[in-house]
Design a protein around this ligand. Structure first.
Ligand code: ATP
Ligand code: MG
Length: 416
């Protein structure tokens, strides 16, 4: 992609009403546009990061036999009335709207009831179970507070996943597989070391749910973590969990975190309340077990922006960066640059080529602010020697690499 074809402009200052670091940085670097508090649009740069995060999640979901679908943002009240979650007293984040005939609709804040309604047409026999599905969908939530930038949106992208089972044992064992898949996801996103599987408040079916919490100053949660980091408990359930696990509160360290994922067992509650049953091998009507698993895709992007940044701007890992390489060309090198980009792209290296007629200093500042992991400079001077200047975002000084070895060197540096 050429900078001259990318409309995005970087800026020195963030909007004065934006208080969160992640949104300030992402706006300045041209990844998001603030529409209003808690509502952000994603530019071509922003969407590439979201797509990278989604792809990691998608691969790990498919690896545990989950299949992708997409449900709707407009929802019928009756499915939520059945489980007593339509009223604003029971769910305080609803956005609701009306059809022309004045009947009410909900704007989806979650899809547990929606997936049950969809599955009722497909799961009728024990032979149809288990099933696991997932989607990436924009959720609408009328959040009271929205001061955390893209980490708490009123409109945000979630990966939500649902599994349906004939027995509790089957649900339990799949749930454990999801925990492992989530651990792999956060590791691949580069936050594995600072992300904990956490005991959190449960629901009607289980005493505890599990949250995935990442250490992050801008987070809204407080965790208590054991020294060996094997146990983490959300402050909300500290006393209960400590008793249950039999661990001493004094051995736990307090950390501030952001919830990047949450997984939940509903058991047969939805099935029973919504009257959705399957027939077992003996011909008996049975309720299905439901578990639900979320990852905050846009929140993860915000957490990465918060955690991986310095005074010059963002610092993406290669796994989530919109492009691997920021190519800054200096002088009249257009033809050589075109050939160079083709070679890199053919090797799977994604390049943002700053072909603008502007000062090198501006190009370097943008490369840093945008946080592209590797910067390459191609100039009349480096070309004379058939070389390019290669520098990691995290390093101070560049190295000179023979042009025909750049692909290999970038792959090595970025571990592609
Ligand atoms: P929170 O406790 O942060 O309000 P939640 O418990 O309501 O979140 P879930 O309904 O379990 O969240 O949603 C699954 C995941 O979606 C969360 O773990 C979080 O990562 C993300 N998420 C929830 N609310 C938001 C939001 N308003 N903006 C961005 N991401 C969100
Ligand atoms: Mg939660």
């Amino acid at each position: 992609m050429k900078r001259t074809q990318l409309f995005v402009k970087t800026r020195k200052d963030a909007p004065s009403d934006e208080v969160s670091k992640n949104a300030q940085l992402l706006i300045r670097a041209g990844y998001v546009h603030k529409v209003m508090a808690g509502v952000y649009a994603y530019t071509p740069l922003g969407i590439r990061v979201l797509e990278k995060i989604k792809q990691v999640v998608r691969e790990e979901m498919e690896a545990i036999g989950s299949t992708e679908l997409i449900m709707t943002s407009l929802q019928r009240p009756d499915i939520w009335q059945a489980t007593d979650r339509w009223s604003d007293d029971s769910v305080d984040v609803w956005f609701k709207t009306r059809l022309k005939d004045d009947s009410e609709l909900g704007l989806a804040w979650s899809h547990e009831e929606a997936i049950m309604d969809l599955m009722k047409d497909h799961l009728t026999s024990y032979k149809d179970l288990p099933v696991s599905v997932f989607q990436f969908q924009t959720k609408m939530r009328n959040e009271l507070r929205s001061k955390s930038g893209i980490m708490r949106g009123r409109e945000f992208v979630m990966k939500d996943q649902y599994s349906l089972h004939a027995s509790q044992e089957d649900m339990d064992s799949y749930y454990d597989q999801v925990i492992e898949a989530y651990n792999r996801i956060f590791k691949r996103l580069g936050i594995g070391d600072s992300t904990f599987v956490t005991f959190a408040s449960g629901g009607s079916f289980t005493k505890f749910s599990h949250e995935f919490q990442t250490i992050c100053d801008a987070g809204e949660d407080v965790l208590y973590v054991s020294k060996d980091r094997s146990v983490a408990v959300n402050e909300e359930v500290l006393d209960d969990a400590v008793n249950e696990i039999g661990i001493d509160k004094k051995d736990l360290e307090k950390v501030v975190t952001a919830e990047v994922g949450n997984i939940f067992k509903f058991g047969t509650e939805k099935s029973e309340k919504m009257g959705i049953y399957y027939t077992d091998a003996e011909g008996q009507r049975q309720p299905m077990y439901l578990a639900s698993y979320g990852v905050g895709i846009t929140r993860v992007m915000g957490v990465l922006a918060e955690k991986l940044s310095d005074d010059k701007g963002l610092v993406w890992h290669a796994s989530t960066a919109p492009y691997h390489v920021y190519l800054a060309t200096i002088g009249d090198v257009a033809d050589a640059a075109e050939q160079f980009v083709r070679t890199l792209e053919a090797a799977g290296i994604e390049v943002l080529h700053d072909d603008r007629d502007t000062r090198p200093g501006d190009k370097f500042a943008d490369a840093d602010l945008m946080g592209i992991p590797c910067r390459i400079v191609l100039s009349t001077r480096t070309l004379e020697k058939q070389e390019a200047e290669v520098k990691l975002r995290t390093e101070d000084s560049p190295e000179l690499v023979p042009i025909d070895q750049v692909v290999e060197r970038v792959q090595e540096l970025l571990q592609l």
